[in-house]
Design a protein around this ligand. Structure first.
Ligand code: F6R
Ligand code: ZN
Length: 192
């Protein structure tokens, strides 16, 4: 940082689709074949194109992962689609430092933020452009696209939050978001 120097920010957001542009951006793509385990109907899934992108995440990590006091910023895009009656969704996770919270906000499309506490109570908040969601520490979170266009969601979380995917990979959420009579509904999910 040079004294009296004026510059542009190193990252910019396209305010149409919130695509992030700049040097340090990380782009991740999650293909159906990589996240097969999160869906209920594996047989149906195995008949779908395995290379289909279920969701992508752009993120900016301005400090090293694990740094106390910093912030990370991300934009998640969940593609429209279903495996049977279950909507395309993210893997979902608790934060590894389990008291670290996060903000999500809806940018484009329609979906649900599925939330679960440590006692395995599961509920959901509707996500739409302008919806703002505070995810407390100790709450697992996952996004599902319930519409027919991309669901784009912004996120900001502490740089020392980390991600614990194992609990969800092992036991899932206690409810699944499925289409019932043309509408999204949470239905009980028995422990594996
Ligand atoms: C970060 C966060 C989001 C998700 C993203 C993808 O803490 O919650 O940026 O990482 O929506 O979901 P996962 O990480 O569950 O595959
Ligand atoms: Zn998170």
């Amino acid at each position: 940082m040079k004294h009296l120097h004026i510059s542009r920010s190193i990252v910019e957001l396209g305010l149409g689709d919130y695509s992030m542009k700049g040097d340090p951006i990380i782009n991740q793509f999650r293909l159906l074949k990589e996240i097969a385990g999160i869906f209920h109907n594996r047989k149906l899934l195995s008949e779908m194109s395995q290379e289909t992108i279920a969701y992508s995440v752009q993120s900016w990590l301005p400090v090293a992962e694990g740094t106390p006091g910093g912030l990370f910023f991300g934009v998640s895009t969940i593609h429209p689609g279903k495996v049977g009656d279950e909507y395309f969704m993210t893997k979902g996770h608790f934060h590894a430092q389990s008291d670290r919270a996060e903000f999500y906000w809806g940018i484009q499309g329609n979906g649900m933020l599925i939330l679960m506490d440590r006692d395995r109570n599961t509920w959901a908040e509707e996500v739409s452009p302008g919806s703002l969601h505070y995810i407390g520490g100790e709450i697992a979170h996952r996004l599902a696209n319930t519409g027919d266009e991309n669901l784009i969601v912004g996120a900001c979380w502490p740089s020392d939050a980390g991600h614990d995917y194992e609990e969800i990979a092992a036991n899932g959420f206690s409810a699944r978001l499925v289409e019932v009579d043309g509408k999204p509904a949470l239905v009980e999910n028995k422990l594996k």
